[in-house]
Write a protein that binds this ligand. Structure first.
Ligand code: HEM
Length: 119
């Protein structure tokens, strides 16, 4: 797969991730089991697509080892993976999470565009 295809895949993975997380917030608010199931599947798939395309991008960019900006993106990936637990359990915080989640995504986007050097 070429570099630009990995990049499109990476962006599509991100679109599905945020669609899934927003859907999971609404599903939790309305106790909608069917929407929660679809959201969970989409969430899992989008995380896999983001990870695979992320490493693909690194390979195509000739990045050897894991620079600090990618380590931070991996932490963002883990946080947006585990945040489903908060969506499920933190009933009073779901609206706050709805705002915070895209902002966490913005960190990954910033790092992916600027590749800031460590220190
Ligand atoms: C929730 C997780 C993530 C989101 C929302 C995200 C989002 C983005 C965005 C928006 C870009 C910029 C694309 C562009 O320049 O057009 C990007 C670039 C990039 N991402 Fe991610 N990313 C995530 C996770 C990851 C992970 C886990 C990895 C590594 C395994 C990764 C590796 C990269 C790389 C290497 C680039 C640079 C591409 C380039 O310079 O052309 N990303 N990411």
């Amino acid at each position: 797969m070429d570099y630009l295809t990995y990049k499109v895949l990476h962006l599509v993975g991100a679109f599905f991730l945020f669609s899934a997380l927003a859907g999971l917030i609404i599903a939790a608010k309305h106790s909608d089991a069917q929407a929660r199931k679809l959201g969970s599947i989409m969430h899992g798939l989008s995380l896999v697509v983001l990870l695979v395309s992320g490493f693909g991008l690194m390979a195509k960019l000739g990045i050897h080892g894991i620079p600090s900006w990618v380590w931070i993106k991996l932490v963002v990936w883990l946080v947006l993976g585990g945040i489903v637990v908060l969506i499920k359990r933190w009933a009073d915080g779901r609206t706050i999470l709805w705002w915070i989640i895209p902002l966490i995504g913005a960190i990954a986007a910033y790092l992916g565009v600027f590749h800031p050097p460590a220190g």
